[in-house]
Design a protein around this ligand. Structure first.
Ligand code: ADP
Length: 858
C-alpha cells in the first residue's frame, strides 16, 4: 500500500472513530431508558390529567405495566373524548428536560375486568410548561397508532425524538369509545440544557437539476425570517452522511439531514446562531457536526466566534476558534469548539463560511461534567428495549474523546501491522512451497551421491571462511550474457516485496529473491572446522586441497607468445613452457604432444586484484587441479610463489567454442571461401559434427556430475576447442563442489548468465546438477544454431526474468527456445526440451544425455 493511501485510510478511520467517540452527546440508540412511570421514579403528583373517570382511574394509575394498586388499572378520562380528542390528556412532568425517544402505551386490563384502550393517540410536549407543541413525525403526521387490546404494551419510536419536561398523551377516539391508558416514556436526561436555538432558516440548493432542501424541517419553535424559540434537526440526534444528497432516514428528500446556508446570502460571511439554556452553565465545549464535501462547495466553517451572556448583555470578549480546513477527507465530522469554561445562559456563535456552503447536522454542548442517564432516572430499563445496557453511561468529558482518539490511533497502527505481517506470511508461504518442491526433488538425489574428493576440509574451510564475509563481486567481461538478476526479479509479482540482499545465509533462505555472491558458497557446505586464516599466494596450505601432483612451475621458463583472450581474472596468454614435458609427471602428461617447448595457456591474475579475487583465483586452481577427464581442460602447473598468480593449462588451438562456431558461420556466409571450407562446413552439419561436440560436452559434464560437481556456467563461451574438434569444458570460476549433498544457495550480488540459468537458479538461487542440465540444453541450442544469436535474443533481460516467472507459475505461458534449423526433431523434442522441464527431477541426467547423443550419432 502506498504511504499516501495508508495516510488517507488512517485519516478516514480516525474521523470515523472520532465520530464514534463523540457520539456520546445524545445517542438516540442508547438513550432509551424508562423514565419512571412503571418504576415509580416519577412521583404521583407529577402525573396529571385533563380529567378522570373516577378516583380509581385517576392519572396516577396511568403507569404502564402497573396493575397492583388500589385503582382500576389505568387512567381513564372523565368524559367521552371529543371527536378530535384534543381535550383529554394524561400529562407527565419529568421535572427537568429530557431527550425522549420512545413512548409506550397500554390499555386497562385489570386482570380481565377492563377492556379499554386507545387505538390512536397524539403527543404534546412542553419545555417550560406554558407553550405546548404538537409532536409530528418527520412527515408531519401527529397521530400515533396505539393499542389493539387492553393488555399488550405497544412501544413507538418518536422520530424525531423530542426534548421536553412535560409530555401529554392525548387519546384520539370517536364518541362511542371509552379509552383508558397506561403509559411510559423512554429517553434520558437532556444534559445539554439547551432550551432553544435561533438560526436563519436553511436554504435550498440546486444540485445538477435536483432540489436539495437544507431547511430545519423538524424545528418546533416559531418560523419567521429566523427560526426562534425552538429546537429541531440540530438536536435530533441524527447526523448526516458524508454525501448530503443522501439521508440517514429512509424516504427523505436530498439534503434532509442538514441545515445549510449559502454564503451569498450572508454579506458578513457568517451565520449567527443564538443558543438559550435552562440556567447559567459553565461551558467547556460545543460540538458541531459539519459536512465537508468540498468537491460540491461545502466545507467546515472557517471560524466560530462565540459570545456569552449571563445577564441582559452579551460579554465583549468572544471565544474564537478556527478548525483548519481539511483538503484530504470529505467525511462529515464533529468539530469541537472549546468554549473555555465560560459561564452563560445564552451563547451567540457566528460561524464563518469556509466555502460557498456550510451544512450543519447536529450541535451539542458540554457544560461541567455532564453524564447522561445517571441523575434522576433510577428506573430499571425495560427488557423490551433494544440496546438496553443498565451500566451504560455516556460521558462527554474530554477524557473520553482523548481515549477515543488514542484507540483510533492504536487501531490504525494495528491494522497497518496486520497488513504488513499478512503480506510477509503470504510471501513466505509462497517461497516455502516452491522451495519444498525443489528440495524434495533434489535433496534426496544429491544426498545419495558419493564423495569424490578427498581433499582436506579444514584447509578449504579456512579459505572459504575468510571469504564468507566478502562483498567481492566477480568482474565479468563486459558481456551481455551476464546480468544482475536480483534487480530484475523484484519486478515479478511473487518477488516484488523482496528485501535488499542480506549477508547471512539464513536470511537469504527466508527471503524471496535469491542472492548471488561468489565468495561464500562453500562456507555453506563445508564443515564448521573453518579457521579464519586468510589465503595468500605464498600460503602453501592452499595445496592441501589440491592434487599433490600439481607443482609450482619456474616462471622464468615461460616465454610469452601471444595474448589469447581476457577473462574475469585477467589476461590469458599463449606461452612456450620450457621443459614442461619433463616437469609434468606421468599423470599430467599430455598425450601425443612431445613438443618442447610445449605450448600452454597461462591465465594470470591481474595485479590490482583484491584479496577476494585472489581467493577465487586460487579456488579455481584447487578445483581444476582435481579434475581429470578428456573433456575437461587440464591444469598443468601453477605459479603462485610470487605475484602475479598464474595457472598453466593445456592450450586449446581453436579457442572457445562460441568464437569457433561464430567464425564458422561467418566463413559460411563469406563469398570467397574455399571449396574445402565449404565442404568442411557442410560435412560438419551433415555429419552431425555439432552433435558430436555436444556429446563431448555431455561427457565432460557426466564426469563432473559423477563428482557431484556443479559447473554453474556451462555455455559455449566456456568450452574450448582443440584439434580435431576436441571440446573441453573450461572456466570453473563459478563452479562449486556439491559433495556434501546439498545445493548451493548463493547470496550477495553478482552478474549471472540468466539466459542459461534454470528458473530455480534465478528465482530461488539454487544451483544443482539439474540446473547444469538446463544450461546444457541452452548450450546445445547454441551449438545447433552455430551461435548465431544469443538465447532469447528477442527478449530483453526483464522479459527473460518474466519468462522465468512463467516457468515458476507453470501456467503454460512460458516461452521455450525454438528448434534450431540444423537440429534433428528427436534431439529437440526428446532431449533439448527435456532439459528445460520445470520439475528438476524430470530432467535427464548427463549420463542419459550423453547416451542419447551418442545414439543419435550412430
Ligand atoms: P573467462 O574466465 O572470462 O571465462 P578465461 O579467462 O577462461 O575466460 O579465458 C578468456 C579467453 O581466453 C577465452 O575466451 C579463450 O578465448 C581464451 N582461452 C582461455 N583458456 C584458453 C586455453 N586453454 N587455450 C586457448 N585459449 C584459451
Amino acid at each position: 500500500m502506498e504511504v499516501k493511501e495508508v495516510k488517507l485510510v488512517a485519516h478516514h478511520v480516525f474521523v470515523v472513530l472520532l465520530a464514534a467517540s463523540v457520539r456520546t452527546q445524545v445517542n438516540p440508540e442508547m438513550c432509551r431508558y424508562p423514565l419512571g412511570m412503571t418504576g415509580g421514579q416519577i412521583q404521583d403528583e407529577d402525573i396529571s390529567a385533563s380529567s378522570q373517570y373516577s378516583e380509581s382511574t385517576a392519572a396516577r394509575f396511568g403507569r404502564l405495566d402497573f396493575d397492583n394498586g388500589d385503582g382500576d388499572g389505568a387512567w381513564c378520562p372523565g368524559v367521552t373524548s371529543e371527536a378530535d380528542g384534543l381535550k383529554d390528556f394524561l400529562q407527565v412532568d419529568l421535572r427537568s428536560l429530557h431527550f425522549i425517544t420512545l413512548v409506550g402505551t397500554q390499555g386497562r386490563h385489570a386482570d380481565g375486568m377492563g377492556n379499554e384502550f386507545a387505538q390512536r393517540y397524539r403527543i404534546q410536549y412542553s419545555r417550560g410548561g406554558s407553550d405546548w407543541v404538537d409532536w409530528r413525525d418527520r412527515k408531519g403526521r401527529q397521530v400515533i397508532e396505539g393499542n389493539r387490546n387492553a393488555y399488550e404494551a405497544v412501544l413507538k419510536d418518536l422520530e424525531p425524538p423530542l426534548i421536553a419536561r412535560f409530555v401529554r398523551f392525548m387519546p384520539v377516539t370517536d364518541h362511542s369509545m371509552i379509552v383508558c391508558m397506561r403509559v411510559e416514556l423512554y429517553g434520558c436526561e437532556w444534559l445539554d440544557g439547551l432550551t432553544s436555538y435561533s438560526i436563519p432558516d436553511g436554504h435550498q440548493m440546486i444540485y445538477r437539476g435536483r432540489d436539495v432542501y437544507f431547511n430545519d424541517s423538524v424545528y418546533d419553535g416559531a418560523s419567521a425570517e429566523r427560526l426562534t424559540q425552538g429546537l429541531g434537526q440540530l438536536t435530533d440526534g441524527t447526523w448526516g452522511l458524508d454525501d448530503f444528497l443522501h439521508s440517514q432516514i429512509y424516504g427523505m428528500w436530498p439534503g434532509y439531514d442538514y441545515v445549510g446556508w449559502n454564503n451569498r446570502s450572508f454579506p458578513k460571511g457568517y451565520v449567527e446562531m443564538i443558543f438559550e439554556f435552562d440556567h447559567v452553565r459553565n461551558f467547556t465545549s460545543m460540538k458541531v457536526y459539519c459536512n465537508n464535501m468540498y468537491s460540491r462547495g461545502v466545507r467546515l466553517f472557517r471560524q466560530a466566534t462565540c459570545y456569552f451572556r449571563s445577564g441582559p448583555d452579551w460579554e465583549a470578549d468572544p471565544v474564537v476558534f478556527r478548525p483548519g480546513a481539511d483538503h484530504v477527507s470529505q467525511a462529515a465530522r464533529f468539530v469541537t469548539v472549546p468554549l473555555g469554561d465560560r459561564t452563560a445562559s445564552s451563547i451567540k456563535c457566528r460561524f464563518h463560511f469556509g466555502d460557498l456552503w456550510m451544512l450543519l447536522s447536529e450541535l451539542a454542548f458540554q457544560s461541567g461534567s455532564a453524564v447522561y442517564n445517571t441523575s434522576r432516572n433510577k428506573g430499571h430499563p425495560t427488557s423490551l428495549l433494544p440496546g438496553y445496557d443498565p451500566t451504560h453511561k455516556l460521558d462527554d468529558s474530554n477524557t473520553r474523546i482523548l481515549i477515543g482518539c488514542l484507540v483510533a490511533v492504536i487501531a490504525i497502527l494495528l491494522a497497518i501491522i496486520v497488513i504488513i505481517l499478512w503480506r510477509q506470511v503470504w510471501q513466505k508461504m509462497l517461497e516455502k512451497a516452491s522451495r519444498r518442491m525443489l528440495d524434495d526433488e533434489l535433496t534426496a538425489r544429491l544426498a545419495d551421491q558419493t564423495r569424490a574428493f578427498s581433499f582436506h576440509h579444514s584447509s578449504l574451510s579456512s579459505e572459504e571462511g575468510s571469504a564468507s564475509t566478502s562483498t567481492y563481486e566477480r568482474i565479468f567481461p563486459l558481456c551481455a550474457d551476464y546480468q544482475e538478476p536480483s534487480r530484475l526479479i523484484r519486478k515479478l509479482p511473487e518477488f516484488a516485496q523482496s528485501a535488499e540482499p542480506v549477508e547471512k545465509p539464513e536470511a537469504a533462505c527466508s527471503d524471496n529473491a535469491p542472492h548471488y555472491a561468489e565468495a561464500d558458497i562453500i562456507s555453506l557446505q563445508e564443515s564448521s572446522e573453518s579457521s579464519t586464516c586468510p589465503v595468500t599466494a605464498v600460503n602453501i596450505s592452499l595445496f592441501a586441497g589440491t592434487d599433490s601432483s600439481l607443482k609450482e612451475f619456474p616462471r622464468n621458463k615461460l616465454t610469452f607468445k601471444e595474448k589469447l583472450g581476457e577473462g574475469q581474472f585477467g589476461e590469458v596468454h599463449l606461452c612456450e613452457a620450457e621443459d614442461m614435458q619433463d616437469f609434468l609427471n606421468e599423470d599430467l602428461c599430455i598425450e601425443g604432444n612431445n613438443m618442447s617447448p610445449l605450448l600452454v595457456a597461462v591465465k594470470t591474475l591481474r595485479e590490482d586484484a583484491n584479496k577476494n579475487a585472489r581467493n577465487d583465483f586460487l579456488k579455481e586452481i584447487r578445483i581444476m587441479s582435481r579434475l581429470r577427464d578428456p573433456n575437461i581442460v587440464r591444469l598443468l602447473a601453477v605459479c603462485v610463489d610470487s605475484d602475479p598468480l598464474c595457472m598453466i593449462t593445456e592450450y586449446m588451438e581453436n579457442g572457445d567454442l562460441n568464437q569457433f562456431l561464430c567464425n564458422l558461420r561467418l566463413r559460411q556466409a563469406a563469398e570467397d571461401r574455399t571449396e574445402w571450407e565449404e565442404k568442411e562446413e557442410r560435412s560438419m552439419v551433415c555429419d552431425r559434427k555439432l552433435i558430436g561436440m555436444a556429446a563431448q560436452i555431455a561427457s565432460g559434464m557426466k564426469y563432473l556430475s559423477s563428482l557431484n560437481f556443479v559447473h554453474r556456467d556451462l555455455a559455449t563461451r566456456n568450452c574450448l576447442v582443440g584439434k580435431n574438434y576436441t571440446i573441453k569444458i573450461a572456466d570453473f570460476g563459478m563452479s562449486r563442489n556439491l559433495y556434501r549433498g546439498d545445493y548451493y544457495r548463493i547470496q550477495g550480488r553478482a552478474v549471472l548468465p540468466i539466459r542459461w540459468m534454470s528458473w530455480e537458479s534465478i528465482l530461488l538461487g539454487k544451483f544443482t546438477m539439474a540446473s547444469d542440465v538446463w544450461a546444457f540444453g541452452v548450450t546445445l541450442w547454441e551449438i545447433l544454431t552455430l551461435c548465431k544469436e544469443q538465447p532469447y535474443s528477442q527478449l530483453s533481460d526483464e522479459q527473460v526474468i518474466e519468462n522465468t516467472g512463467e516457468f515458476f507459475r507453470d501456467q503454460g505461458k512460458q516461452v521455450y527456445l525454438p528448434k534450431p534449423p540444423y537440429c534433428p526433431d528427436k534431439v529437440y523434442s526428446d532431449l533439448m526440451l527435456s532439459c528445460w522441464r520445470r520439475n528438476a527431477k524430470q530432467r535427464p541426467s548427463f549420463q542419459d544425455i550423453h547416451t542419447q547423443l551418442v545414439e543419435s550419432l550412430a
